[in-house]
Ligand binder design. Structure first.
Ligand SMILES: Cc1cc2nc3c(=O)[nH]c(=O)nc-3n(C[C@H](O)[C@H](O)[C@H](O)COP(=O)(O)OP(=O)(O)OC[C@H]3O[C@@H](n4cnc5c(N)ncnc54)[C@H](O)[C@@H]3O)c2cc1C
Length: 300
């Protein structure tokens, strides 16, 4: 018999459950050795490099009913298996949730977006992924389904550390929820990358709601790639409340606070100080863009 070369990843069993309860039972029975496979765009490279060596890979792609984008009960609800390409193509997200749409256009490249899922982007816990900051800006919630049912986790408690989320090993992220924005709300996501398709040198997600005098009534800010997790820039959010987006001094002061809340590492994409400067710049542009979109006639 001809010699067969070994596979690059270490050997693993493959399971293809047809329902969420079936997947959870497998996760429970197989313990820490089990890994969920969604789009595979982050997991497969880890397997090939043997940075992950699960005993069983649980492919959730055969589970029906996890690929919706809809508004229901005051929330935008996105199923975990929605592909980034479907996010990009969604008219609802373009019109009412432009901060999500903006991010979908700058995540990796079209090939990755065709397979990569919303649930995978968030569950991976990669501080360089773009959707975590967007969820922080939008005040999103993540639905973790496990043996005892659903747990709704606010985005700000979900990202625990680099590549570590609040998901238990026997839970699957099944849905993402975002409060439907009020009138005169808008958002924007801006990302600086070294080349098209790269992870962010830094990214800033902004969501604002304007009051009757054009002042900021609500503000959400999330930062990408400048700390061990995506960062909610709370001091910057608070500094903008009650201020007009056109008030240059107020926006510059808030941008400084956003930059100070970043905790970047110096690496091939730039020094820590450079990344803080990028945060401040993207913040100012993002507030402008989000508030333009919040005004009557603006998209989102
Ligand atoms: C070349 C390249 C460039 C990239 N650039 C970017 C970029 O610029 N911005 C960006 O945001 N991302 C980028 N990515 C990552 C990409 O967006 C991935 O798709 C995403 O991080 C993971 O999604 P996935 O569906 O492929 O998950 P998978 O790779 O299948 O899984 C990733 C991890 O999440 C877990 N997981 C997946 N789904 C669930 C779930 N529903 N419940 C519980 N656990 C789950 C898996 O067990 C695994 O640990 C890039 C990837 C590549 C290959």
């Amino acid at each position: 018999m001809k010699h067969r070369p070994p596979l690059i990843p270490s050997a693993f069993e493959y399971a293809s459950p047809r329902s969420v309860p079936e997947a959870i039972a497998l996760l429970r029975n197989r313990g820490d050795g089990a890994k969920v496979l969604a789009g595979g765009q982050s997991l497969i490279p880890l397997l090939k490099l043997r940075l992950a060596s699960p005993t069983v890979v649980i492919d959730i792609n055969g589970i029906p009913g996890l690929d919706y984008i809809k508004e229901n009960g005051g929330f935008l609800k996105i199923g975990a298996l929605v592909r980034m390409a479907d996010v990009e193509a969604s008219d609802l997200l373009l019109r009412k949730y432009p901060v999500i749409h903006d991010a979908s256009e700058v995540i990796a490249d079209p090939l990755v977006r065709n397979l990569g899922t919303v649930g995978g982007n968030l569950s991976h816990g990669d501080p360089a992924n773009d959707l975590p900051a967007v969820m922080l800006a939008l005040g999103g919630k993540l639905v973790a389904t496990g043996p005892s049912g659903d747990r709704v986790i606010p985005a700000e408690s979900f990202f625990v550390d680099s590549f570590t989320t609040a998901l238990n090993h026997d839970e699957i992220l099944t849905e993402v929820r975002v409060p439907v924005p009020g009138p005169r709300s808008g958002g924007a996501y801006l990302k600086h990358e070294l080349k098209v398709g790269d992870f962010a040198t830094a990214g800033v997600a902004v969501q604002v709601g304007l009051g009757p005098k054009g002042e900021c009534k609500s503000v959400g800010i999330g930062l990408t790639g400048v700390g061990p997790t995506a960062i909610k820039a709370r001091a910057a959010e608070e500094a903008l409340i009650g201020r007009r987006p056109g008030d240059g001094d107020a926006v510059r002061a808030a941008a400084k606070l956003a930059a100070e809340s970043a905790d970047p590492a110096s690496d091939i994409r730039g020094t820590a100080q450079y990344k803080r400067d990028v945060v401040a710049l993207l913040f100012r542009r993002g507030v402008q863009m989000a508030s333009d979109r919040a005004r009557p006639g603006g998209a989102g």
